[in-house]
Design a protein around this ligand. Structure first.
Ligand code: AMP
Length: 114
């Protein structure tokens, strides 16, 4: 059994995904179970398990994920706004332990989240 995370397998093209962006630091693809008309996951190539595992030297990488989110939001025409989410840990609702930024848009979102 592979020790790679599911998202690492997607990055390595061992599992299919609908990839919409890739560069030297991250890969972005449509979520398989979209919670909004636009639901894209932006995943660093480095398999950092969660936000809780970030090191100070990761700050440029994390900033890059958000810049990519903004670019994809523009490409998706999310002119009315959008939401970015990083779930962390069991209480945060994280299910895949490879850091990822959710980009959600195309409908209004409520607050507080569930
Ligand atoms: P999280 O719960 O924050 O860890 O988010 C994991 C996300 O990965 C969920 O929104 C899932 O729907 C999504 N997901 C799980 N498997 C796949 C897959 N094979 N391709 C794309 N997205 C996936």
């Amino acid at each position: 059994m592979s020790e790679k995370t599911l998202f690492q397998q997607i990055i390595d093209r061992e599992v299919d995904a609908d990839i919409v962006h890739e560069d030297d630091r991250c890969v972005a693809f449509h979520d398989i179970d979209p919670q909004a008309p636009t639901h894209i996951l932006i995943v660093p190539r480095t398999p950092i398990p969660s936000l809780d595992d970030l090191a100070p030297e990761d700050k440029d990488l994390v900033g890059h994920l958000f810049v990519v989110a903004r670019e994809l939001a523009q490409e998706e025409g999310l002119d009315g706004g959008y939401r970015t989410v990083i779930n962390c840990g069991d209480d945060g609702g994280q299910s895949v332990y490879h850091l990822h930024l959710h980009l959600l848009g195309g409908r209004p979102f409520s607050w507080p989240p569930g």
